[in-house]
Design a protein around this ligand. Structure first.
Ligand code: ADP
Ligand code: MG
Length: 553
């Protein structure tokens, strides 16, 4: 029998291991993710080295990760045909907290494409196994070295002994603690966990003989390499693991965006084709559709910190290797990297949609009709003035310049404004027909000033709230009439010399005035309407509130 040596862990003792593991990982199931990531890294290192060697030296050993569950023995085993570890590495890497052989390897092979696929960098992943294990047996062999067995059985020390192993790679047997941890010896439980966290690692994962992961992490690929079919399959997989309500859906817009500076970012965002009501999304309020990955490994599903709430209808993946290790919880919201990512993604989504609006108005309109409520919410809630103005560019309105069913954006409206026109004008009416026959509109028609026709109270709210767009005031036609429609007032004296009209005016004022009428003005002689009766001092807001009141009554 070979000699067995005993070692103390470098950084304090077992209890520290436990504390480290528990403070880093909110959820013990992530040990499966961590051990698979390590196996992936070991395989990618082997690939990297074989690629850099003379042709013909690469072995026929398949690149794969084997996971085996054994419910009877309450254990789970991870095997890889990766690079393996020699004695020094076992001591140095597994025995020292926060020492990452993978990070070093990547730094030494910075030019290699393959090194890109290596996940590890913090040197603490392996310790997650201490949350669930009461014994770990690790056997490993490196090319040109003898094999070693590394054994830990719950104490503050571990043992290393040579073994007879001849195949290169690493095998880790996790003897699970009784109780909660026992579920990790159940096949179905482990499939679910692999699907959730590790589905997109680059190497095949075989669980009890069957392949689990069959799709590529297409968000890391070049945009032009990803086909429509790949997008649809990927969307289905995302829906299956994170968004059950979307399984029968498909994407209508695809935003595939990559950047290396100022932050490393690979993102793939989808807008589902089916119109999803705002309420449905509100019901799933906590559920953002975005999953946060670091190097193809899931860090957090439903990462609502990555986009503003009004963009919660987007579904997809954001991958950044720059996200810090301990972001699994409260830290996420205030983390600088996350704040930057959120700004970049928000800008990207909005500029993408504005571009689509220019490129294919028919498709955009169809999309807009399903999702416009989210943008109105955005205009009302976004704190950043620049972003707010960008969102308002996505809004569409009917206008007096076009026939019903044709829409204009505010930017387009501004481009068409007349020389003598200062503001952006809108008219709210229960229907398009009433808007066009309104005496207010008549005045604008004469001036040849375009008026936005608003029939949706939500649109009116948004315009009232915005006040300005591109430094132009947004004003209701009623308001304009009250403040600047001076011509009509000048006419007033003249017209009220007509005794019939004067009498009528007095009659209307005394009979209706006490109830709701705010003001009555004779309109200009040429008008089809002899009088204009305004019913509230602050027309838009008040009428809106009155209407809400009516609904309640
Ligand atoms: P990280 O993966 O962030 O580097 P870990 O604690 O998960 O940190 O692993 C520490 C180191 O141990 C790795 O960097 C790697 O060098 C080594 N290691 C872990 N698992 C394996 C394995 N299955 N095969 C080869 N080396 C491994
Ligand atoms: Mg690791």
């Amino acid at each position: 029998n070979k000699k067995t040596e005993s070692f103390e862990f470098q950084a304090e003792t077992k209890s520290l291991l436990d504390i480290v593991a528990r403070s880093l990982y909110s959820n013990s199931e992530v040990f499966i993710r961590e051990l698979i990531s390590n196996a992936n890294d070991a395989l990618e290192k082997r690939r990297c080295i074989e690629l850099s060697q003379e042709a013909g030296t690469s072995s026929d050993v398949p690149y794969e990760i084997r996971v085996t569950t054994d419910e009877a023995a309450n254990k789970i085993v991870f095997e890889d045909t990766g690079i393996g570890m020699n004695r020094e590495e076992l001591i140095d890497l597994l025995g020292t907290i926060a020492k990452s052989g993978s990070k070093e390897f990547r730094n030494q092979n910075i030019d290699s494409q393959t090194a890109e696929s290596i996940i590890g960098q913090f040197g603490v992943g392996f310790y997650s196994a201490f949350m669930v294990a009461d014994k770990i047996v690790l056997k490993t062999k490196k090319q040109d070295s003898v094999g070693y067995t590394w054994l830990w059985n719950g104490s503050s020390a571990y043992e290393i002994a040579e073994n007879e192993e001849t195949t290169v790679g690493t095998r880790i047997e996790i003897y699970l603690k009784p109780g909660d941890a026992a579920e990790f010896s159940r096949r179905q439980k482990v499939i679910d966990i692999i699907n959730k966290y590790s589905y997109f690692v680059t190497v095949p994962i075989i669980l009890n003989g069957d392949r689990v992961n069959t799709l590529n992490a297409i968000w890391t690929m070049n945009t032009n390499e990803v086909t429509q079919e790949m997008h649809e399959t990927f969307f289905k997989q995302l829906a299956k693991t994170h968004h059950p309500t979307l399984v029968d859906d498909r994407p209508q817009y695809i935003i595939h965006y990559k950047a290396d500076a100022p932050i490393h970012l690979r993102s793939l965002l989808y807008i589902p084709a089916h119109k999803v009501s705002q309420l449905e999304f509100t019901a799933e309020a906590a559920d953002s559709g975005i999953s946060l990955y670091a190097r193809r490994v899931l860090i957090k599903a439903h990462a609502k910190e990555l986009l503003p709430r009004y963009l919660r209808f987007l579904v997809g993946v954001v991958d950044s290797e720059d996200i810090p290790l301990n972001l699994s919880r409260e830290m996420l919201q205030n983390d600088l990297v996350i704040i930057k990512l959120r700004r970049i993604l928000t800008d990207k989504v909005i500029s993408y949609l504005l571009n689509q609006m220019k490129k294919d108005r028919i498709k955009y309109l169809e999309f807009y009709q399903g999702y416009s409520a989210f943008f109105k919410e955005g205009v009302l809630l976004e704190q950043d003035q620049t972003i707010k103005e960008e969102i308002s560019k996505m809004l569409l309105f009917e206008s007096s310049n076009f026939k019903p069913g044709v829409y204009t954006s505010l930017s387009e409206y501004v481009e068409r404004m007349q020389k003598d026109q200062k503001n952006i004008y809108y008219l709210f009416a229960p229907s398009r027909n009433l808007a066009e026959t309104s005496p207010y509109f008549e005045l604008f028609k004469k001036k040849n000033w375009e008026v936005l026709f608003i029939t949706d109270p939500a649109d009116e709210m948004v315009l009232l709230f915005m006040l300005q767009f591109q430094l132009k005031n947004i004003e209701s036609v009623e308001n304009w009439l009250k403040n600047e429609g001076v011509e009509t007032v000048e006419h007033e004296k003249e017209l009220t010399r007509d005794t019939n009209k004067k009498e009528f005016l007095t009659w209307v004022k005394s009979n209706l005035g006490s109830v709701k009428v705010n003001d009555i003005k004779p309109s200009s002689q040429a008008s089809d309407h002899p009088f204009i009766i305004t019913v509230a001092a602050e027309p838009g807001v008040a009428r809106h509130l009155m209407r809400l009141g009516q609904i309640k009554d």
